[in-house]
Write a protein that binds this ligand. Structure first.
Ligand SMILES: [Zn+2]
Length: 100
């Protein structure tokens, strides 16, 4: 009888241990999910900043899409999309190298 009780207790201990392990694993999982959510949020933020950057750059000066230097209006080649929106600006000579 005594031996049986010991075994039962032992089994219970094992179950508690397994349960604790599962709980700690779930806890870790929850933590990782939280981190992933945070990373996703940061990623979205970066993407938003990235998409806004060309606009803020355009306010400063029009820059050449080939070499990245500012372009003078007289020296620039503007590439428009089908809607007539200005998409790219190049120095005359930079544009020539693109055509080659
Ligand atoms: Zn250029």
């Amino acid at each position: 009888m005594l031996r049986k009780i010991e075994i039962e207790e032992h089994v219970q201990d094992d179950q508690v241990e397994v349960k604790e392990k599962i709980e700690s694993a779930l806890c870790t999982l929850q933590e990782l999910r939280g981190r992933i959510a945070e990373l996703k949020r940061k990623c979205e933020e970066l993407r938003r900043m990235e998409s806004q950057r060309p606009e803020t750059m355009a306010v400063d000066a029009t820059r050449c899409d080939k070499c990245g230097h500012p372009v003078d209006t007289e020296d620039q080649v503007v590439v428009r999309d089908s809607n007539g929106e200005e998409r790219r600006h190049y120095h005359n000579k930079c544009f020539q190298t693109l055509l080659k």
